[in-house]
Design a protein around this ligand. Sequence first.
Ligand code: ADP
Ligand code: MG
Length: 250
Amino acid sequence: MVRAEQVCKNFGALEVLKGISLDVDPGEVMCIVGPSGSGKSTFLRCVNHLESVNAGRLYVDGELIGYREANGKLYELSPKQAAHQRRDIGMVFQHFNLFGHRTALNNIIEAPIRVKGVSKKAAIARAEDLLGQVGLSDKATAYPAQLSGGQQQRLAIARALAMDPKLMLFDEPTSALDPELVGEVLTVMRTLAGEGMTMIVVTHEMGFAREVADKLVFMDGGRIVESGVPSEVLSNPKQERTQAFLSRIL
Ligand code: ADP
Ligand code: MG
């Protein structure tokens, strides 16, 4: 579902991604961990072409992301074409990024109606279903500010799912939450994984990584330092940098 081949990204002289290669199979969950500044968010943003890569290639479901290849050369897609690719990729952010002036229900129906041309009636029916799935059936008319952080993040997940994505990207979805609200968001994510959603999750929740992820990737300094089955990487990290990082957060 996702293939990264030697992905490099610079911001001016700053090399943020220095050759990231990885594969995520359909239905797999990959967790990415690593210190702040190691390029995790940038990598996720490249996967849905919120950032363009400087070298290397990214594919989602076999489709080259952000570029068109012709005669061995790459041409960047227009914003409209990139937006079209992005429709199939859901993203959940640390700070929820909800529409503050819209109710929970209206947060969910906006994109399906505007981007996909779904009828309002169908969008509402689906949104009610999704609100139920994330445990927010009674919050359809609430505004984001009236919801707890955990509820807001569950709403953000429902909003992403409303576009029927084939891939979900999570960028530290529980990092901004009070500790007692982390579990309810992870529960929704665990259910989603159990239903076969392909997911890349940047997180420091090692319990979740160990239990739910098929693959764990440890990034540092724009490189993949170590990767493998979570239980193995977590119990028996081979690289010194992985050991040092894990000893700080576990
Ligand atoms: P992480 O998510 O692992 O904490 P990021 O991908 O956010 O790391 O950032 C990696 C590096 O790239 C950091 O040094 C950050 O300051 C830099 N960076 C990220 N986005 C930009 C940007 N738009 N412009 C310039 N530098 C950026
Ligand atoms: Mg980040």
